[in-house]
Ligand binder design. Structure first.
Ligand code: ZN
Ligand code: ZN
Length: 359
């Protein structure tokens, strides 16, 4: 793993050359993890434009840090960002970029108060940009996270029937994912039954399922730090005409988005592939969110895919495609896969059927 993280830091160093800084202070913990392998609640990384990086963490993580990044110089200090800023100043760094989306005003004031003659220019989401395109090691972890997700879904289908509550389904799904090897759920599971299905991010409650409900289940496993994300909508007992109609519409829209997810595609064009079909069917206003998002070390990361988003997809970028139609007071349908954009066509990581299951 040392080589992998070393290669990632090398790509960051190359990126720093285009910014007028001597070094970057990485404080966002998920970015420190990406660049070193250290998952912790207190760490920072100094990446010099012209030399080796230095990792700082506190005594609780010192042993793990030495094990996962044996080739990195390690500073053990609770005040990680301050310690690295002082080290940078001692090493001749004059312009130390920082992650402006992470450093609070309070933390910035602490660094400035060190008064070591170091300028602190704000930098953008450089590490997040690097993280967008995954290496095959990351994709293997994500593939396993999605396999656990598929398997847990299959296991809980027999319990989806009248009388069971949304919360009971959520707890059982999450339990199964952990049984199958997940660290934990990747996010709070959404189980939305009947009229609750019209609320895209409904929190599972005490409502018991009834015959004639559509039930939307949005959940995923966390494995090796990587987040799976899948949604399926099923019917309980019977299906009304309007339910089958919006189900088939969402299914066609989702497939159109998957087919459009190619390297070089504009993210808004992938969104439009699904959205245009939903609009043509008269449900444009019933699809009030973006098409999808990147997944990786975070459940929502770049690229965001929506009608108001810019950017292009690239090879080896995992994203979700999750259109939905929500009818207030009646119910809704959402279908979501995690897939990897590939030059030879999208690789679906969640493989559960998208036929309408009537349970
Ligand atoms: Zn989801
Ligand atoms: Zn999602």
């Amino acid at each position: 793993m040392g080589d992998l993280h070393n290669a990632r830091r090398g790509r960051l160093t190359a990126l720093l050359a285009g910014h007028d800084v001597d070094a970057l202070l990485v404080t966002r913990l998920v970015n420190v993890r990406y660049l070193t392998g250290l998952a912790s609640s207190n760490a920072a990384l100094l990446v010099r434009a012209d030399g080796p990086a230095v990792l700082a963490t506190d005594a609780r993580y010192a042993g793990i840090a030495a094990a996962v990044s044996p080739d990195l110089e390690l500073v053990v200090d609770r005040r990680t960002a301050q310690a690295l800023t002082e080290l940078a100043a001692d090493g001749g760094v004059r312009r130390l970029g920082f992650e402006a989306h992470d450093v609070t005003v309070e933390k910035h004031a602490e660094l400035a108060a060190l008064d070591r003659g170091v300028e602190l220019p704000p930098l953008g989401r450089l590490v997040e940009t690097l993280r967008t395109v995954k290496d095959e090691e990351e994709l293997a972890l994500l593939r396993e996270a999605c396999a656990i997700t598929d398997r847990a879904f299959e296991e809980i289908l027999p319990m989806v029937r009248p009388g069971v509550t949304e919360r009971e389904i959520a707890v059982t799904l999450e339990r199964r994912m952990v049984d199958f090897g997940a660290e934990r759920p990747a996010f709070e599971s959404i189980i939305a039954s009947g009229p609750h299905g019209a609320i895209p991010h409904h929190r599972p409650g005490e409502r018991a399922l009834e015959a004639g409900d559509l039930v939307t289940m949005d959940f995923g496993a966390l494995y090796g730090g990587y987040h799976a994300d899948m949604t399926r909508t099923v019917a309980v007992g019977r299906v009304a005409g309007w339910q089958r109609e919006i189900y088939e519409l969402v299914r066609r829209a989702q497939q159109a988005a998957v087919d459009a997810a190619r390297p070089g595609a504009e993210t808004k064009a992938v969104d439009a592939a699904a959205r245009d079909l939903i609009k043509e069917a008269g449900h444009g206003d019933d699809f009030p969110h973006g098409l999808g998002h990147g997944v990786g070390l975070e459940i929502h990361e770049a690229p965001l895919m929506g009608y108001d988003k810019t950017g292009k997809l690239m090879d080896r970028v995992p994203v979700t495609a999750e259109p939905g139609v929500y009818l207030a007071g009646r119910g809704g349908v959402r279908i979501e896969d995690t897939l990897v954009v590939r030059a030879d066509g999208p690789e679906l990581l969640t493989t559960t059927t998208k036929e309408l299951l009537v349970l």
